[in-house]
Write a protein of this length. Sequence first.
Length: 172
Amino acid sequence: MFHLGIVGHRYLSEGKTVEFVSQECRAILMRTLADHNDVVALSAIAEGADTLFAEAALALDIPLEIVRPFSDYASDFTTAAAKRRYEKLRAFARREAKLDHEERSGLAYQAAMKWIVIHSDLLVVAWNGKPPRGYGGTGEAVKQAVDLKRPWVHLDVNNLSVKFHPGQAGGS
C-alpha cells in the first residue's frame, strides 16, 4: 500500500492558485495510481490545500484516511460551506485517526501535520516557501520531511510551479 499525503496552506490567495493546487493534486494522484496498485490518500482535510487534495482523491476513487487534530475539529470550519465540505469528506473517509488533543492549539496542528508526514510514502506540500511561523505550519512539515528523509513534491503557491524532492533511500 502506497500512502500519499498532503500538507499545505489553508488560505490560498486567489482563484489561479486554487486551480493550480487542485489540478496538480489530481495529476500527482493520477501518476501515483499509475505507478502503484494500492494507493491511499492522507489528509487532515483542513480548508485549502488539504480539502482540494482529498476531493481529488475521492473523485479518482482513491481511499481517503484522515487525521483529526483535536476533539472539536469541526469548530475550525467557520462558514456553512466549509463545514459541509468537511463533513462530506469526513463521511467518505475510510479511517479517521483521532489525536489526543482536546482543544485547538498549535501543538494539535503540529501533531496532525507530523502524523501526515510520518505516515506518507510521498508528501505533497502546497507551500509558499517561507519558514514556519509557529507550531504546525507548512514550513515545519517541510523541515520534518527533510529531517526524516521523506520524498516530497513542492507545489509552489507563489510562482505556481512543481518540484520533486527525492529524500533519501530508506526514508519511507
